[in-house]
Design a protein around this ligand. Structure first.
Ligand SMILES: Nc1ncnc2c1ncn2[C@@H]1O[C@H](COP(=O)(O)OP(=O)(O)OP(=O)(O)O)[C@@H](O)[C@H]1O
Ligand SMILES: [Mg+2]
Length: 287
């Protein structure tokens, strides 16, 4: 309601509408007064309808964006299942066939070696499944929070890549990280480090996480070979096979943050994600 409307309502204190006593209802409101109030109410309803229509169209756009990101996630998961578990099962099937042949031919020593190898492949497959399950929903995020989970993840990275100098600067308070940001933060770190390992040839990587009541800021920087970064990272993916960069960017933006990437040939790559925190986000943590 605009300031001007207020005067048109009964008792609104606006211009007085004159009328004969017969034109007033029981509450003493004149007919023109009722008409004005009615018109003002109609205006409000139509403004409200316009606002609802606007919000509905925004919601549709957000839902479409979400579906796209879910599709990308599914594609990614499908190819991960295909490449890891699918391949592992193929290898196991081949190994079982081989051991059956060896058994039939009485080659017991060879059979022993094949079974040992099968056993270790099964253990690898179990690890793969664990990894995929962790990728789907890192339950640890709920138990340890994002800082604890990241520490765990960094230990894994250091164990797997002893020659990579992983530097971590965390100046963060878990209570300042809204629940809804835990998964995006973890995913971005995961994908960014995976990219550094796969593509950059870097010897050094620095991960920073800073929180304050006003914002959460995440950075991942490497000293690798760099690349010509696309202008619009979020437009990647889709038909293209790789969707890591687009996935990171979309994740950050859908959770209310801004994503930026800077890369230069031979000067390394730097990724930054910043989530401004409003009073609503700050309230999402019950602890
Ligand atoms: N830190 C980096 N250093 C050098 N090149 C990079 C880095 N990160 C990304 N790239 C380049 O950007 C490309 C796109 O990365 P993106 O993560 O989208 O896909 P991908 O890693 O190839 O595949 P996916 O993430 O889907 O498994 C990479 O193929 C690589 O050429
Ligand atoms: Mg990638």
């Amino acid at each position: 309601m605009t300031k001007g409307d207020a005067g048109n309502f009964p008792g609104g204190g606006g211009s007085e509408v004159r009328g004969t006593p017969s034109s007033r209802d029981e509450s003493g409101v004149s007919e023109p007064g009722v008409r004005l109030a009615h018109e003002a109410a109609l205006r409000l309803v139509s403004e409200g309808n316009r606002e609802i229509a606007r919000l509905q169209s925004e919601l549709k756009l957000a839902a479409a964006a979400l579906v796209t990101s879910q599709e990308m996630e599914r594609k990614r998961m499908a190819s991960e299942l295909h490449d890891s578990i699918g391949q592992a099962l193929n290898a196991l099937s081949f190994g079982i066939q081989l051991s059956s042949d060896q058994l039939r031919k009485g080659r017991i020593a060879e059979l022993g070696a094949t079974l040992d190898s099968l056993n270790s492949q099964v253990r690898d497959a179990i690890e793969e499944v664990r990894g995929i399950a962790l990728d789907l929903r890192p339950a640890m995020l709920d138990d340890l929070g994002v800082i604890g989970t990241l520490s765990w993840f960094f230990r894994q990275v250091r164990a797997l890549h002893p020659r990579l100098d992983l530097r971590v600067e965390i100046e963060a308070d878990e209570r300042e990280v809204p629940d809804a940001l835990r998964t995006p933060i973890y995913r971005v770190v995961q994908e960014a480090i995976s990219n550094v390992v796969k593509h950059s040839g870097a010897t050094e990587i620095t991960v920073t996480l800073h929180t304050s009541p006003k914002q959460v800021e995440l950075g991942i920087k490497d000293n690798g070979r760099g690349f010509t970064a696309p202008r619009d990272v979020s437009a990647l993916g889709g038909a293209q096979a790789s969707c890591g960069l687009a996935g990171m960017s979309n994740r950050v933006e859908f959770s209310g943050g801004t994503f930026s990437l800077a890369s230069k040939r031979d000067k390394g790559t730097s990724i930054k994600a910043i989530w401004p925190l409003g009073p609503d986000e700050r309230d999402t943590n019950g602890d």
